[in-house]
Design a protein. Structure first.
Length: 292
C-alpha cells in the first residue's frame, strides 16, 4: 500500500514554508506519496518532489516502461525501462534503476543500483546508493558517487569520482577532479586523473597512469605503461611499471609504506625501466633481473 501524506505528517518533517503552503493550497493532503510527487513534478516543482523523496525514502513499488522521455522524472520505487531513457532535467529514483539501453540525463540520483545495457551520459551528476554497472561507457560532466562502478568501455568525468567500493573500467579512465576508491581500481587502458588518485587497495591498468596530484594506494600498483605523478607516488606494497616511474620535482616515490622493512624484497619491490629518481622506500629491482 502506498504511503498517504497528511498535513500533520508533513509538518513533522519541517518543510519549507513555501513548499508547505503549495502542498496545502493544491489539496495534496490525503493523497498517496507517489501521486503527490507526480503533481509536484507536473507543476515544475521538482525540488519539492526531491524533498519528499529525500525525507520519506524509497518504496517497494515497481514501475515498468518501454521507454522514458520526460523533462524531469521522480519515482519512489524501482524503475525498469526496457528501452532508453531521455530526461534532460532531473531523474530521481528511490529504489533501483534498470535500463535495457542507454541513459541520457541532466542529473541521475538513485537510491539503489543503476544498471544500463548501453552508455550513461549525464550533464551534472551521477549518483547511486549501490553499484553503477553499464555495458558501454560512463560520461559525466560533473561528479560521480556510488558504492562501486563497472563499465564495459570508458569512464570520463569532468568532476570528481568517489566510490565506497571498487572501480572496474573496461577501457581508459579520464577524470578532471580527484578519483577516490575505498577498494581497488582496475582499467583496461590508460588512467589519467588531474586531481588526487587515492585507492584503498590496489591499482592495475593495461596502459599508463598519469596524475596531476598525488597517487596513493593501500596495496600495490601495476601498470603496463608509465606511472607518473605531478606530486608523490605512495604504495603500501609494491610498484611495477613496464615503463618509467616518475614523481614530480621535489617529491618522492614510496613503496612498502604498509610493510616492515625486512619484508621489502618480497612484498615491496619496485620494478621499472630504470630506477625512479627520488625513490625513498621499497626494494629496487632492475627489470632485466626480474623473472619473466
Amino acid at each position: 500500500m502506498d504511503m498517504e501524506l497528511t498535513q500533520t505528517f508533513l509538518r513533522g518533517k519541517n518543510p519549507c514554508a513555501a513548499g508547505y503552503r503549495w502542498f496545502v493550497r493544491n489539496d495534496l493532503s490525503g493523497k498517496d506519496y507517489q501521486s503527490a510527487m507526480d503533481t509536484q513534478v507536473a507543476a515544475g516543482r521538482i525540488e519539492d518532489a526531491r524533498w519528499l523523496l529525500e525525507n520519506f525514502g524509497a518504496t517497494h513499488s515497481v514501475l515498468e516502461l518501454e521507454h522514458l522521455e520526460a523533462e524531469h522524472f521522480v519515482f519512489a520505487g524501482t524503475l525498469i525501462v526496457r528501452g532508453d531513457v531521455r530526461v534532460p532535467g532531473q531523474l530521481l529514483v528511490g529504489g533501483k534503476l534498470q535500463v535495457g539501453a542507454g541513459i541520457r540525463a541532466g542529473t541521475v540520483e538513485v537510491g539503489g543500483d543503476i544498471q544500463s545495457g548501453g552508455a550513461i551520459f549525464c550533464d551534472s551528476l551521477l549518483k547511486a546508493g549501490g553499484t553503477i554497472k553499464t555495458a558501454w561507457s560512463v560520461e559525466v560532466q560533473g561528479d560521480v558517487y556510488a558504492e562501486s562502478l563497472r563499465t564495459g568501455w570508458e569512464l570520463r568525468c569532468g568532476g570528481k569520482v568517489q566510490l565506497q567500493g571498487d572501480a572496474i573500467i573496461g577501457r581508459e579512465v579520464q577524470v578532471q577532479g580527484m578519483l577516490q576508491c575505498t577498494k581497488g581500481l582496475r582499467a583496461g587502458g590508460d588512467v589519467c586523473v588531474q586531481g588526487l588518485l587515492d585507492v584503498g587497495q590496489g591499482i592495475a591498468t593495461q596502459g599508463e597512469v598519469n596524475c596531476g596530484n598525488h597517487i596513493q594506494a593501500g596495496w600495490g600498483i601495476k601498470t603496463l605503461g608509465d606511472l607518473r605523478a605531478a606530486c608523490s607516488i605512495r604504495a603500501g606494497e609494491s610498484l611495477q611499471a613496464d615503463g618509467e616511474i616518475s614523481a614530480g620535482e621535489g617529491y618522492g616515490v614510496f613503496a612498502g609504506m604498509n610493510v616492515q622493512m625486512q619484508a621489502w624484497p618480497d612484498c615491496a619491490w619496485v620494478r621499472a625501466l630504470r630506477k625512479p629518481q627520488g625513490l625513498v622506500s621499497g626494494w629496487w629491482e632492475d627489470a632485466a633481473a626480474c623473472p619473466a
